[in-house]
Design a protein around this ligand. Sequence first.
Ligand SMILES: Nc1ncnc2c1ncn2[C@@H]1O[C@H](COP(=O)(O)OP(=O)(O)OP(=O)(O)O)[C@@H](O)[C@H]1O
Length: 466
Amino acid sequence: MEQFVRKRLTFLTSFWNKLWPRSGPDSCSLGYFGSDSVSLHSEPSSVSFIPKSSLFIALYAFTARSADELSISAGDKLRVLREEGEYVLARRLLGEPAMGYVPAAYVANLSQGSSAHRPWYFSKISRSEAEQLLLSPPNQHGSFLVRDSESNKGEYSLSVRNHAKVSHFRICKSPGGSLYIQKGHPFPDMEELLAFYTENWKVIQSPLLQPCSPTTPPERDGWERPRWEFTLRRKLGEGYFGEVWEGLWRNSVPVAIKIIKADMKAEDFTKEIQNLKRLRHEKLIQLHAVCSLDEPVYIITELMRKGNLHSYLNSPEGKSLGTSHLLNIACQVADGMRYLEEKHIVHRDLAARNILVGEELTCKIADFGLARLLKDDIYSTSSSTKIPVKWTAPEAANYRTYSLKSDVWSYGILLYEVFTYGQIPYEGRAGGPLQHRSVCTPSSFSFHSGAGNTSWVMRLFTLGIA
Ligand SMILES: Nc1ncnc2c1ncn2[C@@H]1O[C@H](COP(=O)(O)OP(=O)(O)OP(=O)(O)O)[C@@H](O)[C@H]1O
């Protein structure tokens, strides 16, 4: 009756609310199962009608581990605002109003079939995944789950942990829709079947004690931001990993957004993200955020309006710089490199193309994809690693041994680029700037060792100018 009149005579909502107050914990049930939208009084009036598809129920309790997560109890009704990889951004509908991220596996959409919001139902996992899950903490003897059968579409499997092993039982469906494990013993639905075997567990010799708990995804990273917060405005350039765009964060803050190509392997670009996360210096490009929970991955950094130093030096504005300006650029790079030395990091790809220029000739070091933490004084790499040969010190090019000294060598080549207004070093010789991405042959150069004996010219250089 209540459902019928509420649905048909919506203009009398306030009257129905007086008649059937909606403050109790079950006040949402009309919307979940009755109509396509539901009025929820804990929501602000402007969003009071919520599509049924965004209504979720918490299957398990979850305790927030950071400020942007939301603690929930099993049975909480939630409105999901967005899905972000392994998490959803949800608002609690009843009780204390609160919003935050919860693991997607901890909630179920109420517009899906009735099994979807049962804590024991794990629709899409395979037999081996079920075993792995049931055998991992916090699951224990007697934990069980129901999953879709891999071999028989439309049927199910019951997986139960029995001490250190997992037993699987096929749940068949009769043409009439009833479910059974043993022929001749059908049940009208899954709840009844499970209730029977919980009570009579000796029949399957595996007690059904508690529904399986899903694993908690790793803690959300403070750098992670939702993708909708960023808008792309203008393409700035393109590198090995993908395009770089000028964009806006929340329609106000200008940023640079690197959009990682879909075919890039995660291990190829995560090094750059990890390096950026732990480095903070005014002469190093600053990471603002990442969107890495789904594709394409965005790496968001501060925007340097004048682009890379190599192109800038070749531009009319760059060509008009006097020696003192060039010296100033060199000092800024040395300053950033000094910070990397303090952090025991070797950049390995220092070159004018990897320095970015902003307003008032501000220069910052970028491109930390090849940067590595030095555990000893030397970082050795396999011979298959590709290198920017014209910028690479002989011992690094020939023997793949990198050190702060090999960065000093690259800095020397960078000085050549700066003071020649962006000329290519060793003009006419093979080994262009992108050779580290393609095959190169260090032996085609006749280097004379020098960097191995070089002290930190960057610091001396800076001091000399000061
Ligand atoms: N933060 C930024 N602000 C302004 N322009 C940028 C920024 N980052 C990159 N760019 C521009 O986009 C271009 C491509 O940058 P990206 O880092 O992808 O490639 P790259 O420097 O060629 O390095 P690689 O191919 O080694 O990754 C740069 O040369 C520069 O002109």
